[in-house]
Write a protein that binds this ligand. Structure first.
Ligand code: CP3
Length: 345
């Protein structure tokens, strides 16, 4: 693990060739993933098989020799453990059969029992056993805000209208819920660390629903509660934490706080400007637009080189996509991207 380029970058060290991994690296764009996936009608059932999770996490490592592995699971395991009844069916996004629709639903929630997510911690152990010994494993959770948004909306949605109405009508209940989720996320991440993960990423995938003030009040404030607890805890205080905020309505420089080792940039962020203002403060991960991977090889190479040359001397750069890879991307295009990263520098 000492020679991990990924961990070096998280400690603000430069690497001659930047480390690379990417969001949804294990997923539907890989035919070997589809082969396993077709044995399950509900995606969550697959997440509950630790050996299968380990096998899926290994797939992109074997294919592309990436510099970090990410736990195969989902951010919505926590609301599921709170008894909201999560299912993912063919061709649909996540759906909760028992979403939060009133203050009473929050008052009557099941107490979070971290042991009910034992299948995730066993997946961490199985994955650590399966991947190369020197390869770091990233654990993760959703931000409390993003988990609350899914839990209230009952699934994905274009406008998250229910969530916004709930926020306007029941702000106090929403704060209670965010508090419950923050504590659950902390316990969940701590247990992932105890099971073997080497870094943590928090996904705030619905940050863009919030205005600048709301982002601080409903999202960052709770994410900070998680990181504060992790940093106060001797078991977890050495683990680097990465934050991904999707298209936030706030300057990225104002999102950084002391517990973060790294900020993962959405593809709309200007990595050049940010690399100047964040130098020596945090590592930067990002941020190739995933849509570039459907372009020609030449365009992919050009866009990759642009990012790599900008970030060449940045202390702590990790190449990543600016959001998850999408199912229609051809693995050969990922190959082109990785070659360009590794040959160019
Ligand atoms: O390599 C990896 O990154 C695998 C682990 C992983 C998954 N989901 C597997 C998955 C991770 C880190 C996630 C995080 C996640 N899950 C996020 C945050 C990242 C982001 O995209 O912003 C979010 C918002 C979710 C919630 C979620 N899970 C949605 C909205 C969906 C369905 C639609 C979609 O975009 O895929 C999922 C399902 C899911 N999670 C799949 C995978 C591989 C596809 C499921 C399938 O095969 O049917």
């Amino acid at each position: 693990m000492k020679n991990s380029k990924f961990l070096r970058a998280l400690n603000l060290k430069t690497n001659t060739i930047p480390p690379v991994w990417f969001m949804r690296q294990a997923g539907r764009y890989l035919p070997e993933y589809q082969k396993v996936r077709k044995n399950y009608s509900n995606f969550l059932d697959m997440c509950k098989e630790p050996k299968t999770c380990a096998e899926l996490a290994l797939q992109p490592i074997e294919r592309f020799n990436l510099d970090a592995s990410i736990l195969f699971s989902d951010i919505l395991t926590i609301p599921d453990a709170l008894n909201l009844g999560l299912a993912f069916h063919e061709g649909e996004g996540p759906k909760f059969s028992n979403p939060i629709s009133s203050t009473d639903d929050i008052n009557n929630l099941y107490a979070f029992d971290v042991n009910s997510l034992d299948y995730v911690f066993r997946a961490v152990e199985e994955t650590k056993n399966l991947i190369p010994a020197n390869l770091p494993l990233i654990g993760f959770c959703g931000s409390p805000w993003t988990l609350a948004a899914y839990s209230i909306e009952g699934g994905g949605s274009k406008d998250f209208k229910k969530t916004k109405t709930f926020m306007a009508e029941n702000p106090n209940a929403l704060h209670d819920f965010l508090e419950i989720l923050s504590d659950a996320c902390y316990q969940y991440l701590k247990q992932q660390v105890l099971s073997g993960v080497n870094a943590l990423q928090i996904f705030d995938s619905w940050a863009d629903l919030l205005s600048e003030n709301e982002l601080e009040l409903f999202s960052l404030r709770y994410t900070k509660k998680i990181t504060q607890k992790l940093k106060d805890d001797p078991i977890t205080n050495h683990i680097p934490i990465i934050l991904f905020e999707k298209n936030p309505n706030k300057d990225i420089t104002d999102l950084i706080f002391k517990d973060l080792s790294c900020i993962s940039l959405y593809w709309t962020s200007d990595i050049r400007i940010l690399s100047e203002s964040l130098k020596n403060e945090v590592a930067i991960q990002g941020n190739l637009d995933p849509k570039v991977l459907s372009e020609s090889d030449e365009i992919i190479q050009k866009e990759v080189q642009k990012i790599c040359s900008l970030m060449k001397d940045y202390p702590g750069f990790i190449f990543n996509l600016g959001h998850g890879i999408t199912p229609e991307i051809k693995p050969a295009k990922v190959e082109v991207m990785i070659k360009a990263i590794r040959e160019d520098t």
